[in-house]
Design a protein. Structure first.
Length: 535
């Protein structure tokens, strides 16, 4: 492990790092455009030139590996003059688009101009080379060739990560441009990542385009819930509305990327169909009631069923869309407090997308957690056979829609054979048609909790926006119901629920929200890999 000096700071780093990465360890930013840690070195922007003692010329930090005894200087007059010259060159033909550019506020041209340049252009506006603007190059991406500084991050991503090579560099000199190869469109499963890694406003997201200024958006770290990979993301939101999801670096899960399917899935959590108020069946329709009234009605009906048919007449089904905290409380309510039986449902379409990069065929974020925490007494099919035999009189469904996995006929029969159905969910679906009481709960983006991904890694989700209307956090609703049938107190927050969970389930005992942090921690891999209970 070489030790080197950067601007007077001594730092010891691993072999193989470059000077940019070493400088980051001591909090020094070396400006750069073309360098990205997951891509090959291009060395074409020349923005990262630094002085290295004993080297006859300035060196690009991105392609200079650290060495024992190396002395690096990043803020000498010589380096500052070169930074200003490089920026002037990059900006010669750049359009004056900042007021209308989506990249404004997170553009490295803007940032570096203010930090390293601040000089008036010596190039007349009318002499700038004109290139194509607002090119629709794919279902998710728009290209503005005039704004491009030819860092080639996008072309390298498409060559090295997706291996689809839709984009290339064409022409010569100041007429060089990024463009599609003939007959191609940028429509691979990861196309949105080229927008994330573009350091300027050349590649923009068509879905986000002109919707919000980035400096108005708040960022909340979370996890994508579209499949079992559990890509780390930042949720960008404002005033209760999500505007976009972007990948967040986690080298143990998703590196720097996420798929377009996950990226665009934010829409379904704030579209039509959300359950907004607690309701109860009233004749042939629904009646809106206050939360306390509906909860009181649910508790009363469940007690009546237990009194009339015994505890075994109550059953519950939870899905792998639920958090670990919800699954823990669900099992405690149904199995422990009500002495009922449980089943877990983790279902994905037979033709579900998958690949060797990030996309998993399992379209549930918490199948591993479901296996560990439901304490299921059998499969959903076994439970449904008990319904057919008349042994189940009440059913509690947590984030569970049986229509995709079992069909509408099964749901219809359930409605005829079960006396009382309680649904806790975010959206109104086919299964909700047979409900006698519906309690609206928060989506994963509106609550705190944890998921376990396909790699047996526990990861945090956080409340980025408030649940809409009267929806409440799932852990809160479940704990309030459980408190009516047991001596368990209602926890103060999701953290308190996880503390209880960790104290009673061995695979979680070394974990806490603080320890999990932003990048997650592995649980007992052997425990997580056990055959799924209730599947």
């Amino acid at each position: 492990m070489p030790t080197l000096e950067i601007d007077g700071h001594s730092v010891t780093v691993e072999d193989g790092l470059n000077v940019i990465q070493a400088a980051e360890r001591v909090g020094i930013e070396i400006p750069h455009y073309c360098f990205h840690p997951a891509l090959t070195i291009a060395g074409n922007c020349r923005m990262c030139l630094v002085e290295i003692e004993k080297a006859p010329k300035l060196q690009i930090a991105c392609n200079t590996r650290v060495a024992e005894g190396m002395v690096v200087r990043t803020h000498t007059d010589r380096v500052k003059n070169v930074h200003a010259a490089v920026l002037e060159f990059l900006l010669i033909n750049h359009p004056i688009d900042c007021p209308i550019c989506d990249q404004a506020g997170e553009c490295k041209l803007q940032d570096y101009y203010m930090d390293y340049d601040r000089q008036a252009s010596r190039f007349p506006l009318e002499h700038k080379v004109k290139k194509h603007k607002a090119l629709d190059i794919g279902p998710l991406v728009m290209l503005d060739q005039e704004r491009c500084i030819l860092c080639t991050r996008c072309t390298r991503f498409l060559e090295e990560i997706t291996k689809t090579t839709e984009l290339g560099v064409f022409q010569r000199g100041d007429h060089c441009r990024i463009d599609l190869f003939p007959g191609k469109r940028l429509e691979n499963l990861y196309s949105g990542n080229v927008v994330d890694i573009c350091p300027v406003g050349a590649l923009t997201n068509k879905d986000f385009r002109f919707r919000a200024r980035v400096w108005y958006l708040d960022h909340t770290p979370s996890v994508c819930a579209s499949c079992a990979t559990g890509c780390n993301i930042d949720i960008h939101h404002r005033r209760g509305e999500m505007f976009r999801w972007r990948p967040r670096q986690n080298l143990d899960v998703n590196q720097y990327w996420m798929c377009d399917e996950g990226r665009m899935s934010y829409r379904r959590y704030q579209g039509e169909g959300r359950l907004l108020q607690p309701v109860v069946r009233d004749g042939g329709g629904w009646a809106v009631r206050a939360w306390e009234a509906v909860q009181r009605d649910v508790v009363t009906r469940l007690r009546e069923i237990v009194g009339a048919h015994g505890a075994g007449a109550i059953a519950g089904i939870a899905s792998a869309q639920a958090t670990n905290e919800e699954l823990f409380l669900f099992a405690r309510l149904v199995r422990d407090s009500l002495q009922g039986r449980t089943a877990g449902l983790s279902w994905s379409p037979p033709d579900a997308s998958q690949d060797d990069l990030l996309i998993d065929r399992d379209k549930n974020p918490n199948t591993a957690g479901l296996r560990l925490l439901t304490g299921a007494d059998g499969s959903v099919d076994t439970l449904l056979s008990q319904v057919e035999q008349g042994n189940i009189s009440a059913l509690i469904l947590l984030r569970t829609d049986l229509a995709p996995s079992h069909g509408q006929d099964v749901i219809t029969r359930l409605g005829e054979q079960v006396d009382y159905v309680v649904v806790l969910d975010t959206h109104y679906g086919p299964t909700a048609e047979i409900a006698d009481a519906m309690l609206p709960i928060a989506s994963f983006a509106e609550t705190d909790g944890t998921f376990i991904n396909r790699g047996s890694r526990v990861q945090r989700i956080r409340e980025s926006i408030r649940p809409p209307a009267q929806a409440r956090a799932g852990w809160l609703v479940l704990s309030q119901l459980d408190a009516e049938f047991s001596r368990h107190a209602v926890p103060a927050d999701a953290n308190a629920v996880f503390t209880e969970l960790a104290a009673t389930h061995a695979p979680f005992r070394h974990l806490s929200y603080a320890a999990i942090g932003d990048h997650g921690l592995p649980i007992d891999a052997g425990a997580a890999a056990k055959p799924p209970a209730g599947q």
